[in-house]
Design a protein around this ligand. Structure first.
Ligand code: DX5
Ligand code: ZN
Length: 230
């Protein structure tokens, strides 16, 4: 379905108080909690340009700890080069959604989707700003399809970056092609950018700094929701 899902990105939360930060966001009306999982490989790999993002956040042990405190939908965004290695540990830890990047899954996405589903998680595919939208079509149209497409609206790596409006063309194209697909946007979403994203057809909205940095996060969450539902 295309119901609005508002997903605060916990990357902008106080990691030392993750459970109470999560509780606060749910109380403020969040539907999902967006968990950014990034890994930086050894220096030699980054030298060879094998790294996926230049940052390191959290992994299965933290998801497992958070799961003990909440029943919320944990929307995990895997910014890693080898997502297959994380299916088992993340499912054991209690992840709900498992969104991997198409750029690193060209060869094994079928196996990946199958394993994600067999573990009872919701499979999603993400794409970086430079990746053409056509690259995800086979994953949405295959026999064993993904159930969400995440369109990155910043270069993955950090919260607090500027929204890229030119990515809305991808969202519009997807929405025309797949009227009932969950389409998530991630990066730079907030009160000043939600309208273009919602009118392009996005229904799952990740928002980090705009929610956590607000004096009234619940007002921001409500505004995001009403813009999508309009
Ligand atoms: C960036 C992450 C985003 C990030 C969004 O790599 O995927 O989820 O936390 O943060 P804001 O909303 O601050 O751009
Ligand atoms: Zn993310």
């Amino acid at each position: 379905g295309v119901a609005a899902k508002i997903a605060p990105s916990m990357l902008s939360s106080d990691f030392a108080n993750l459970a109470s930060e999560a509780e606060r966001m749910l109380k403020f009306g969040a539907d999902w909690l967006h968990m950014d999982i990034m890994v930086v490989l050894l220096f030699i790999h980054s030298f060879l340009n094998r790294h996926f993002v230049p940052n390191l956040t959290l992994g299965a042990p933290v998801i497992q700890s958070l799961r003990k405190h909440t029943e919320a939908y944990l929307d995990c965004h895997l910014m890693v080069t080898n997502p297959l290695d994380y299916v088992e540990p993340l499912s054991k830890a209690g992840a709900s959604g498992f969104t991997f990047h198409v750029e690193v899954s060209k060869e094994n996405w079928q196996e990946l989707v199958q394993r994600i589903k067999s573990k009872g998680m919701k499979p999603g595919v993400a794409l970086k700003p430079g990746t053409p939208i056509e690259d995800v079509y086979p994953l949405v149209e295959g026999e064993n399809p993904v159930e969400m497409v995440l369109v990155m609206t910043v270069e993955p790596g950090f919260g607090g970056q500027k929204f890229m409006p030119e990515m809305m063309e991808k969202v519009r194209t997807l929405r025309e092609r797949y009227p009932s697909l969950d389409i998530e946007v991630d990066g730079g979403l907030g009160p000043s950018t939600i309208n273009v994203a919602a009118s392009a057809g996005a229904n799952c909205i990740v928002a980090g700094s705009s929610v956590f940095g607000a004096s009234d996060p619940s007002a921001v969450i409500s505004l995001l929701r009403s813009s999508v539902e309009e």
